[in-house]
Design a protein. Structure first.
Length: 430
């Protein structure tokens, strides 16, 4: 928030909440006829638990009624509301809303037109080309991707803590610079460990020098917090570079290789996925103008503490999305003619710097990718997971959405996408 020229305040969650409350107060005061508030006495997912009225609702009640809003008062209000005269005729629009409300909570039926899905009997059925990141999120937050691709809306990006995203972008960009400038060929010679570290340091130092020049031009000093974040990203990039530099038996590499431009990726006979993405690093044993007949190793860098890929519980890891991205890259590379394709995650926590999974390991799980292709073709996504989980981060919904009991969502998901259901309960993997 700008205070004066060249000065601003960093707003934390507390300050953001205060601003939101002021905006709500202004909205209430702008009403010319009246304001109606609706509230629930109990938690929808735990009916035995009573909700305590929020501070905002309590203050509004105190201002208008001159008394406290207690649980007893709430129960009396609920009883009085039930006695209000009902309209003589049911308004069609409201009746349709009730149909949608009940349909979304019917666990005996799969997802339909009220569950982030296109109507099955309509001829208009666009097939959006999805990014690999979209496909990865489709198994955890399908409704958000449906709104993004079919309605063209998504929530504003969380700017409270941008350092995680910034660090990831810097590290990936610096690691992409470990190869020599391209001359039109796919592969470059695998550089030595010393050369890899030198190129990473050079790319990172250029980023720092650019900011210093900017600060010098306005007679400012580079902030300590920026230096700290930059040094952390520089260390991560050098550490990951050192790990990949120790790989043996691979003489040629390519960075930031685009996939999906050649057309749809074949999953099985008659099953294809329209996707696009970018592979962090591809290693090969031979220099060639194409991937035909090549033995390929795909590497995905992770700046967090992501663990290495394992063949055990592969179905559940695909369904959770943790292995899905690399699985899609492996299938795309197979489509380009590669004879053997292996994939790996390289992170601070990974000790096994070598191929971790192969495209052959994915063969028994073709149904997972086929179900994703069906989602893309039909536009029937559905809803999954809590909107505002208490203990993990979840992307915000761009539209106001009512939470539905998670057990109902799981039942509808299993009916809609049977191949995208976990084989083990979460507690079994602890």
């Amino acid at each position: 928030m700008s205070v004066r020229e060249n000065h601003s305040l960093y707003l934390g969650p507390g300050e953001q909440r205060v601003i939101a409350l002021h905006q709500f107060d202004a909205l209430v005061e702008s009403a010319t006829e009246g304001v109606t508030l609706a509230a629930s006495l109990v938690q929808e997912d735990a009916p035995e638990r009573f909700w305590n009225p929020s501070e905002c609702l309590t203050e509004l009640y105190l201002k208008t009624r001159g008394g406290p809003l207690t649980q007893t008062t709430l129960k009396n209000l609920q009883h009085a509301t039930a006695l209000l005269p009902k309209p003589a005729a049911v308004v069609t629009d409201v009746e349709q809303t009730l149909i949608a409300f009940n349909t979304r909570r019917d666990s005996s039926k799969p997802a339909g037109e009220y569950d982030y899905a296109l109507r099955s009997n309509e001829s208009y059925r666009p097939v959006p080309k999805l990014s690999v990141s979209d496909l990865e999120r489709m198994v955890s937050s399908p409704a958000i991707i449906w709104m993004k691709r079919y309605l063209g809306i998504e929530a504003p990006k969380d700017a409270v803590n941008p350092w995680a995203a910034t660090t990831g972008k810097w590290v990936h960009h610096w690691l992409a610079n470990i190869i020599e400038a391209g001359d039109g060929r796919i592969f470059s010679a695998f550089p030595s460990l010393t050369e890899i570290d030198k190129r990473i340091r050079l790319a990172a130092d250029e980023r720092c020098a650019a900011l210093r020049r900017l600060c010098d031009s306005v007679r400012k000093v580079v902030p300590d917090w920026w230096n700290s974040g930059w040094l952390n990203a520089r260390y991560l990039a050098r550490h990951l570079g050192a790990k990949i530099g120790g790989a043996k038996g691979w003489e040629w590499i390519a960075t930031e290789l685009a996939v999906g431009r050649e057309g749809a990726v074949k999953i099985a006979d008659g099953v294809e996925l329209e996707l696009h993405g970018q592979v962090d690093l591809v290693l090969a044993q031979n220099d060639a103008p194409s991937f035909a007949g090549q033995k390929i190793w795909i590497v995905d860098y992770k700046t967090g503490s992501t663990k290495e890929l394992k063949t055990s519980d592969l179905h559940d890891n695909l369904v959770k999305g943790t292995t899905l991205q690399l699985g899609l890259y492996a299938l795309a590379m197979r489509e380009r003619g590669a004879a053997e394709v292996s994939v790996s995650i390289i992170s601070l926590a990974v000790k096994n710097v070598g191929p971790q999974l192969s495209v052959v390991d994915l063969a028994p799980h073709t149904d997972v990718f086929a179900d994703l292709a069906e989602m893309q073709f039909t536009g029937v996504f559905g809803m999954k997971g809590e909107i505002r989980p208490a203990f993990v981060y979840s992307a915000p919904y761009p539209l106001a959405t009512l939470q539905i009991d998670n057990d109902i969502l799981e039942d509808k998901w299993a009916l809609t996408h049977p191949a995208l259901v976990l084989e083990k309960e979460e507690w079994e993997t602890w």
